[in-house]
Design a protein around this ligand. Structure first.
Ligand SMILES: Cc1cc2nc3c(=O)[nH]c(=O)nc-3n(C[C@H](O)[C@H](O)[C@H](O)COP(=O)(O)OP(=O)(O)OC[C@H]3O[C@@H](n4cnc5c(N)ncnc54)[C@H](O)[C@@H]3O)c2cc1C
Length: 428
């Protein structure tokens, strides 16, 4: 059996970026993907921020199957019957290179994998990597579909559950505290209705995030992203608290969908797709060892996502880390040394890129976001205060500060609030 320079497990964003970089450098590269086609089994919320892909395709939005470019970012605090929102848009987001896009994985991953094939790599779909091959203590390939496939380097880009990183001893079982459960629906809606309801024109789109009482105190939030002729709507909530509270993510999604603010947006829509997936959110603290003799780990398999409370980004981290893993393998090929010592170049590259810096900057965010008050007390307080300010009940008005103090005292002590503010300042 021929020996590949590199075998990549998984044709998600990390695997495709790795495969493309290796193939462009002329390395003999195989990607194995268990889905029938790249993207067949994959899901995400769908807000994709471009810079890491611009390095491969400077005008990628012209050829890639993106849905809309995001011109509005909106955040809402929800209580059972009220919503308080802020909405940001700028002319700059309406011009190329666009800041972000809404994207559907099944189409996007397929396009990306085709680019990898065009560059010369083999993408074997419908093939699951079951185990690793070993030469002494070094990884020397994989076992897949009953065959042994030898390689100088194996790059695990197999997502959050990375069985192969576990088998290589690079990480143990992930704590449910470091994982969020995502459930998502794609709701078909005629284009004119989407544009009218979300105040959009042409190819413009919105990324709208929500937190509030619909998550019943489970840390996490919900999202709506507009596609050309559909909405991606879902929630992402902490797995350990779901288990503790014995609620299902699906129930929370239903609560969210029936909030009056959301129900109006979905009216007359038709459910066309349902999916569920886990996302690693533990940040720097959950990062496994990133390399071993003959092996590297990238993307979600390495826990490389960023959650700040305002954004959840994983795709760009996956692409940038997949590329860095490939550059490490290219360097190793030149020296003929695929040992752990040689592959130690990989974390050095990650250190130089924004990846590890961002994770370091927001290393306290995962703990901050476990604070249950963000999902109940604060949305309630904010909506109650807004209601007091805007309701005209014919009575004498109070000063806004007085209204604030009354509302705040009924929800939370000033001392507790100041402590939370201090934690926010320290974390994000
Ligand atoms: C609900 C939700 C919402 C999200 N929203 C966003 C968002 O809006 N923006 C954003 O940037 N990120 C978002 N993310 C995170 C983002 O999806 C991930 O960070 C990103 O997909 C990671 O890419 P990856 O290539 O590392 O892994 P994945 O995308 O998980 O790809 C792994 C691939 O490996 C394959 N595979 C797994 N095991 C094997 C095996 N043994 N053999 C062969 N193939 C295998 C899988 O089929 C898959 O194709 C979200 C995630 C979730 C769950």
């Amino acid at each position: 059996m021929k020996k590949f320079d590199a075998i990549i497990i998984g044709a998600g964003p990390a695997g495709c970026a790795c495969g493309l970089t290796l193939a462009k450098s002329g390395l003999d590269t195989l990607i194995v993907e268990r889905g029938k086609f790249a993207g067949a089994k994959n899901m995400w919320g769908g807000a994709f921020y471009g810079p890491s892909l611009y390095e491969f395709f400077p005008d990628f939005w012209k050829e890639a199957p993106v849905e809309r470019y995001i011109v509005r970012h909106k955040y809402s605090l929800l209580t059972e019957d009220a919503a308080l929102s802020f909405d940001f848009t700028t002319k700059k987001y309406r011009k190329p290179p666009y800041n972000g896009f809404s994207v559907l994985r099944a189409r996007f991953d397929r396009w990306f994998a085709a680019k990898v094939e065009q560059a010369g790599a083999v993408v074997a779909t419908g093939l699951e990597a079951e185990d690793l091959l070993w030469e002494g203590s070094a990884v020397a390939g994989i076992k897949a579909g009953g065959d042994e496939l030898p390689a100088h380097a194996v790059v695990a880009c197999d997502g959050v559950n990375s069985i192969l990183a576990e088998k290589a001893g690079l990480r143990g079982k992930i704590s449910p505290r470091d994982i969020k459960q995502g459930v998502k629906e794609v709701i078909q809606l005629p284009r004119p209705l989407i544009e009218q309801r979300f105040n959009l024109r042409g190819e413009e789109g919105i990324a709208w995030e929500f937190i509030g009482t619909f998550s019943r105190g489970v840390p996490g939030g919900a999202f709506i992203y507009t596609n050309k002729e559909s909405l991606s709507i879902g929630i992402v909530v902490q797995l350990s608290t779901l288990t503790e509270k014995r609620v299902s993510a699906n129930d929370l999604l239903e609560d969210f969908k029936h909030h009056p603010e959301v129900e109006n947006l979905l009216a007359d829509g038709q459910l066309v797709e349902y999916s569920a997936h886990l996302v690693p959110v533990g940040g720097k603290a959950m990062m496994p060892s990133l390399y071993a003799d003959g092996m590297l780990v990238a993307g979600d398999a390495a826990g490389l996502t960023l959650t700040t409370g305002l954004v959840l980004e994983g795709a760009n981290f996956a692409i940038a880390s997949g590329k860095a893993a490939a550059e490490t393998v290219i360097r190793a090929k030149k020296t003929g040394d695929f040992s752990k010592r040689s592959l130690a170049h990989y974390p050095e590259l990650l250190e130089k890129s924004y990846i590890l810096e961002d994770l370091k900057t927001f290393e306290n965010a995962p703990l901050l976001l476990e604070n249950p008050r963000f999902y109940s007390h604060y949305p309630e307080m904010a909506c109650e205060l807004a209601e007091k300010i805007f309701t005209n009940d014919g009575k004498q008005r109070k000063k806004i500060w007085k209204m604030f103090r009354e509302t705040q005292k009924s929800k939370i002590s000033l001392w507790q609030m100041l402590r939370d503010l201090f934690r926010i300042k320290r974390s994000i």
